[in-house]
Each structure stands twice: as structure tokens, then as C-alpha cells.
Design a protein around this ligand. Sequence first.
Ligand code: GLC
Length: 578
Amino acid sequence: MTSWASIAFVLGLGLLAVDASAPWWQTASFYQIYPRSFKDSDGNGIGDLNGVTEKLEYLKEIGVTATWLSPFLRSPMADFGYDISDFKEVDELFGTMEDFEKLVARAKQLNVKIILDFVPNHSSDECDWFIRSAAGEEKYKDYYIWHPGFVENGVRRPPSNWVSVFRGSAWEWNEQRQEYYLHQFHKKQPDFNFRNPVVREEMNNVLRFWLEKGVDGFRVDAIYHAFEVEADENGNYPDEPRNDWTDDPDEYGYTHKIYTVDQPETPHLVYEWREILDQFQREHGGDERILMVETWSPIDIVMHYYGNETAEGAQIPFNFQLISNLNADSDAYHYEYLINNWLSKMPSGKSANWVIGNHDKNRVGSRFGAERIDLFNILLLTLPGCSITYQGEELGMLDGYVSWEDTVDPQACNGHEADYMWNSRDPARTPMHWTNGKLAGFTTGSETWLPVAADYAERNVQTERGIPLSHLNVYKRLQQLRQEPAIQQGAAEIKAVNGYVLAVERYLSGNYVYISLLNIFEHIENVNLNDVFSGLPSTFQYALVTDKSIRQLGDKVSSSSVTLMPYESVVLRSTTTI
Ligand code: GLC
């Protein structure tokens, strides 16, 4: 018996049955793979699909239900795959369509669901549709947003003051067509015109194509950019008002985004796509296909993506509240507010999701401090709903150092050396650490597309497997606990015990009560759980400890006096059922 298995035995934790009628995704553990950086199977220093297939068993090992794969479709890689030139082909850098089919087949054997990254806002400028649009071909001419701009004193200027997320004007002049096209991201990522029904149908067919290939759903990229305000009667676009915090017209924050994001039509696109997924399921059977949508919008707008009175929307509109609003100084009341705010704003009958990192954000341990890595994993995996983990967060990977010379992210390269580290997404994208061997076991080759982080020898799968309270083993233990009915289906109460300690109670009649306790700061804290929760059993046991703990798994503790060491997070389980 492994040490975790014997501990589970002592605590009487079996893998208990869960509510079979609940849709699979509601309490799933999602895992985001950034294929370029996950596992390289052919030694060229860039991760690929066969690398993912090779590591699917690892996903089982860490209790993952489903994996979202960042894009691997044909692309000139100006934004590392988020600039797609063929929506129905695999890029040869990542492998072949056969490789993808093998990946899906193996995933099905292992019962790991596959979620494709769907990038509807834009294509690559090397996409056949854009090339034909630039050439003015009748069918394609309105696939993208075009405008001739204005000539003033003999000088041509763009149609509006809109700024690209990656700096500079969002309009790029096209010589062939003699017009500007809109690109909210890189100039090699022209924005589609979603007011054109033919474009909508084209993208609907992309969804159908991949559903046929057996994917279980889609992560929808940058959805809040999909529509811009409609052109006026003269075909012109209004300027956005200025923000006062920067004078740099190239900076994305130069304008206040009232015309380029969050237009009222946008959630309806998602409703349309949901209908396609549901129809596919009606026709082909199988488990529910899902949509996870990326929108960095105010919470009230995010809620529209769940659906409305007449239409279903995305099962999972990403909950970025913790990413956007917490920092290393945030106290427990702030955590409590953000979590409960999401739960209370969510339309009835919908399910929550929790995200703390992805390929666009610095690593959790780098944003919040390495001492809080387990804290966030415990929080995300014991809150009600589904959790989404970015690759390597289960190991506690930190940002890798990437020099200006080695920087490749367009968001940083379009800016200046002086502040590139603020903008660069490369540090969170350095290769995954598999072993303590050469290049972290990521590749058999001699180089990697981004440098391997310096601390790989201590933070890697192989080494952490052997350390009982490593981040990896804490994560695996959490996945075991997640099988418990109270955590799968139970009610949840989230309370700040004081400014330093957050408590999450999960309970279900006939079952043990679980409480996650997170000491966010560096002081020893003693808390009385009865101050915040009523009707608690008097005695608990440690069901999960971390390397900050002085107590052992299985130790008993009174609910009226729990001592937490600096930055210690634990999960307690009542010794009696309720
Ligand atoms: C999303 C992706 C990001 C990409 C952008 C443009 O925000 O997560 O990586 O650069 O969309 O597609």
C-alpha cells in the first residue's frame, strides 16, 4: 500500500459513488495543456500531440477528468497558434490529423475528455479566407472588417483610434485591397466580421467538424472581442473615449473599451454554438459536449454567457474573479467576497468554476508567493463546481526567467525592453518539468523553444512523486477528496474567520463535513470554527496536510481550536457524519 492509500484506509475514505445523474463537467477537474510546452516527442524542442498522448496517463495519475488543449491547428505562429490559417488542419509542428485521432482514441480509453481551443474572433492573415478577402473576392470580401480610413492633408489615417491588445493601432493597411482591416490582437490576426451570416456558418461548421472528430467540447477564445459596434450609416466607426492613465496612444489602455468589446450581441453567438453542440449530442448520443468561454468582462456581463430565459449558453463561462481581483496582499474577506459574489450572481441552476492561472498569466506561485501554491490548489479543488488547473500548477512551477533576447511573445516583443517582463507571457509558458534530468525531460533534443526554468531539478514530476507532501502529492490527495459526496455534491459555505484565515465548509446530509482552512499570511493563527459555522461536529481529523503543517494526517482536532502555522492550508474532516 502506498502511504496515501494507507492513510485513506485509516481515514475510511474510499472512492465513494457520486451522483450519476449530474453532468460530467459540473464537478470535473479540468487541466489546461499548452501543447508547445507540455512534452516534445520528436526532439525538436517544441511540444507536440504525440507528446500529449504519451502523457495522458499522467493526467489519470493526477485525477484529471478533461483536458483543454491550447491551439495546435495550422498556423504561422505569430501568436503561437492563436493565429489559425486552417481551422480544420493540424499544424505539422504539432503532428498530423492521424496523431490527433490517436490522441482522442487513447483519451477515450482512459476516460479523459478532450476540449479543443476554438478561436473564433480572428484568423491568421495567411488564412485562405483572408487572402481572398484582401483580393476582394465576392464571397469573402465581407469576411473581415475593412475600411478605407480617412485622408487628411494628403495623409491617410486609420478609421478610428482603436488600439490593439498587442499595442499600436488595431487597424492595418492592406496594399492589395487599399483598405485597412481590423485586428484586435496581432496584425497577423485579422478580426472576423460576425455580422456576416456566412462567417457565422463557416465557424459553425468548424465546430461540427471537430465534434465529428470526437472532441468533448470547446474552450472559446477571446469571445468578448467577437463583435465591434456596428458601423454608422456612412460605414464609419466611432472613436473610443480616452482613458487618462496613459498618454501612449499605442498602449491598449489608451482608450476606454466601449465599442470593441462586450457588445450586446456577443453572448448570443455562444447561445448559437451551444445549440450546435446540443443538436450534435441529440443526433450522436454520448455525454454532454461543453463550452468554456474566455471573457475578461465585468461579472454581470460574464453571467449572460450562462444563457438567458430562452437559450442555454456556455456551461463554463470562465470565472476570472480570483485572477483579476486578488493580489498577494488581499485578505480573507476579499477572498470570501469574490467567491460568494460569483455564487450569488450565478443564475439559478448553473454551476460554478474556479480558475487561478493560465498560459496568459504569471504562475500562481510567482504572483502570490511560492508559500501559497498549495493554498490555491486546495481552494480551487474544494470549492463547489469544477476546477481548472494550468499545466505545471500541480507541481508548483514558478515563472521561468526568459531574457529579452529569448522573448518571443508578441505581447512583449511589440513593446520595449525596459518593461517587457510586465507584458510577457513567456515565463508561464516555459517547458513542463517531467524529470530532474536534461532539459527537465521535456525533450530528447538539445534545445527548447523557451528556456527551461532554473528550478526544474526540485520542481518536477519525478522528484515530487517521491516527496510525501510535495505540491504534486497534495494535488493528488485533493483529487481523492474531491470524490467524496460532500465535496462532489454538498452545500458550501465560504467564510473569512478573520482577515487572515479563509474557511470553506462542504456538507451533505449523511456524510462527513469537510472544511478547508487557508491561512493566507505569515502568522500563526488559532481559530474557532464555531465562530463562523453553526452546528459543526465537535471533532475533526486532518484529511489533508501540507509541508507547512506540524500535525499529521488523521490527527484529531477540536472545531473550537484549530491552530494554523504560517501559510498553512489544510482540509479537515469531521469524525462523525451529519
Ligand atoms: C486569448 C488567448 C491568448 C491569445 C488571444 C488572442 O486571450 O488566451 O493567448 O493571445 O486570445 O487569440
